[in-house]
Design a protein around this ligand. Structure first.
Ligand code: PMP
Length: 407
């Protein structure tokens, strides 16, 4: 223990550093093919349109957007978000229920801040989004992991956790989940809504990927199925750019008052300037056409990864079949761990995220997250061939050691 260690809060002691960010540092080497990041594809960033929007914003409203703004967020941008929910999702989201945040990650932090006391139970998906695990760990949450599969959340397991622990919060990513790429089916959503009805549990519907559907039909938002119990989080990170750090929370009025107090204590308000840029961009351009391009490209990249998997991976490897988003999730044959695979794959210059950090219990998991949004289809094939080789080699080593043990 150093002198400095004495000054750190108890709160920070339990918060895991982002394993993914550590891996991303390794993946900076230009020869490495990375399926590890959770980054949107930079080739699709509308740089010229954002530059024009910024220039126009300076010309027309330079002094306004360089001034402090309101804690709730840019009124015009909140209007645009509300109108899009009405037009695209047939959801009635009053402007007053929208709080602009510095990315949806800040939404998670603010919710933790206003809801959690030390040790409060929180339902989390298993596997679950690492950023949510980090955010709620800051408030010393006690996690109740509930498994998710291709259908959605395990309803019986949830029912048992609700009955035993009466958690205040339940965190979900129902569309193209990070890390697994799965989506909750319509039937699963209604069942979950029924189970939550009448409880005191608030459901967080974190939906940064909802717009990135490349096949199948959109599913009902929990905000429609369970309006009294749902806080919806949105983000411009995946449908526009992450670097402007803009997201939002849709919350009912009593919660909004508390969130506003927490927001003011944290940063007064989200950058008025970046909100102005996005507001101007949305006015001057066709954002739906831009999103359609992202969907098309990610759909193609996902299919390339699935094709490469069929070609290069042993058939024993199982994988999810995403309808959108940026990730798929694979499970290695019994006995192999993703951490061991990571070492071997890294030697062959390909990286991914081993499943371990996405679980709040247990270790040495055999699952891995593969990101398909960042690499073009050719690179995906090259990387998947290397990864397939690494899996085969790990399986060979495992079977040799079993044979040796049997001797
Ligand atoms: N929630 C989920 C499920 C995510 O995957 C991410 C980004 N990786 C976030 C929230 C945070 O996004 P933002 O950039 O809006 O803070």
């Amino acid at each position: 223990m150093t002198e400095l260690d004495r000054i750190f809060s108890d709160r920070i002691a339990d918060v895991p550093r982002s394993f993914i960010r550590e891996i991303l540092k390794v993946a900076m080497d230009p020869g490495v093919i990375s399926f590890a990041g959770g980054l949107p594809n930079r080739e699709l960033f509308p740089v010229a349109a954002l530059k024009d929007a910024t220039a126009r914003l300076f010309d027309d409203h330079g002094r306004d957007v360089l001034q402090y703004g309101s804690s709730e967020g840019h009124p015009g941008l909140r209007e645009q978000i509300s109108a899009r929910y009405r037009e695209k999702a047939n959801l009635d989201v009053p402007v007053e229920d929208i709080l602009i945040t510095s990315g949806s990650q800040q939404g998670l932090d603010l919710l933790g801040k206003v809801i959690l006391n030390d040790g409060d139970p929180v339902v989390i998906e298993e596997p679950g989004y690492l950023g949510a695990i980090q955010a709620f760990s800051m408030y010393r949450a006690r996690f109740l992991p509930v498994p998710v599969s291709e259908e959605g959340m395990d309803v019986d397991a949830l029912r048992a956790e609700l009955a035993e622990h009466r958690p205040k919060l339940m965190y979900t990513v129902p569309n193209f989940q990070n890390p697994s790429g799965i989506s909750y089916s319509e039937a699963n959503r209604s069942e979950l809504a029924q189970v939550l009805e009448g409880t005191q549990t608030l459901l967080i519907e974190d939906d940064p990927y909802g717009d990135l559907r490349f096949r199948g039909q959109p599913k009902s938002s929990f905000l429609k199925l369970l309006p009294e119990h749902t806080v919806l989080l949105g983000s411009f990170s995946k449908s526009l750019v992450p670097g402007l750090r803009l997201g939002w929370i849709v919350a009912p009025p009593p919660l909004m008052q508390k969130l506003l107090a927490a927001k003011q204590a944290t940063d007064l308000h989200t950058s008025h300037f970046t909100q102005g840029i996005v507001h101007q961009y949305l006015r001057d351009n066709d954002p739906e056409a831009h999103i359609a391009v992202i969907r098309e490209v990610y759909g193609r990249q996902c299919r390339a990864m699935q094709d490469a998997m069929r070609e290069y991976f042993p058939p024993e490897v199982q994988a999810t079949d995403p309808e959108g988003g940026m990730f798929l999730w694979a499970e290695l044959p019994a006995g192999l761990t993703a951490m061991d695979l990571f070492q071997r794959a890294f030697e062959d210059k390909v990286v991914f995220v081993p499943g371990d950090p996405f679980y709040v219990r247990g270790s040495r998991h055999s699952t891995l997250r593969l990101n398909f949004s960042c690499a073009d289809t050719e690179t995906i094939f090259v990387g998947m061939e290397r990864l397939g080789r690494a899996i085969h080699s790990l399986m060979d080593t495992a079977s040799q050691s079993i044979a040796a043990d049997g001797r």
